[in-house]
Write a protein that binds this ligand. Sequence first.
Ligand code: NAD
Ligand code: ZN
Length: 355
Amino acid sequence: VRIKDSLYDVHLGENILQEFCERNAEAFQKVDQIVVISDENVWNLHKDYFQQNFSLPYKIHLVPNGEACKTFESYFNVQTFLLQENCSRNSILFALGGGAVGDLTGFVASTFMRGIPFYQIPTTILAHDSAVGGKTAINHPNGKNMIGAFYQPKEVLYDFHFLQTLPETEVRSGLAEVIKHALISDENWVNEFLHLASIADIQKRELLVWLEKGIRVKAQIVELDEREQSYRKYLNFGHTYGHAIEASVGYGKITHGEAVMIGLIPALMLSELHGKVEVGYAHKVFGLAKKLGYQFQHVLNCSFEQLATFMLKDKKTTNGELHFALLQKIGEPFVKVISMEEVKKCDEQLRKWIE
Ligand code: NAD
Ligand code: ZN
């Protein structure tokens, strides 16, 4: 991934940590502290594997599981730990976990002593997305991801070994972002999903190929536009309505990916209207999502008014205008201002399909 002055590699595969440690053993002798940040779930499941494969000396600091680690409190606790361990500008951090641990660790790294290097070791499918591109953040009680920085990792080590323990809800969550990457880049790739009958139908080898493809799509886009001035907005496909669902249902009560999957449907409906996406495509993807077990019932528990309020508060909304990422055709994204009335029509259509 090449972003302005930073250039970093994303390594994918099984058992890649050992190779990383061997490759860097000499260079890291100059580093005074290596600190690994992980959450309790991940550490309990993968401590042994990590210890066997990560042969560099390190200190471990555990944070609460998942989203609960993206608070001011745990941000503060990590900084305190680093200070107590006498970390300096010459120390480095590793994020071992899902997107939440990655976002927190990246933000800590961006601010500790005005910035120290960090490495991503993503352990979820979703993190194929979050570990690349340099968006880091914690949450504020008034809004998710509101406090953060653009700060690129030094390297991403995506060891597929970790994915074996992911519960199905997390597989589903991550897969939504993979499907999003397919929709904005390649129609033939989307067809591979349309053949699936269930989550269990996914072959491991096939998943690994998809993750690599997804990372390439993400990398290509962020290389063109790190700070979301233009092309990076394409990555928000499905996220305007999706984020509103996520906020209305409540963080923690629905996964990010499940909300994104729901959000993809209105985005596809609008792409049929404003792009040249074949009529019926949104319904086809809706059918796929149901086969894969995404729970659309969540929509019925939110009023449209509630969703509209969240859409207007979204970072993607400027001067009350909703900037929707849409598709000209499958694989060809563009951004268009959409009126709330139009979103409401899609919402009504979606509710009819669900009922
Ligand atoms: P997560 O990090 O919250 O992890 C989800 C759950 O899975 C947690 O309970 C975690 O402990 C557990 N887990 C992680 N790895 C596991 C494994 N290998 N086996 C079993 N359990 C495991 O969730 P996520 O879906 O990876 O990431 C979501 C976060 O990512 C959100 O905070 C979101 O805002 C952020 N995000 C960031 C970006 C970005 O560009 N920075 C992009 C998308 C999402
Ligand atoms: Zn997302």
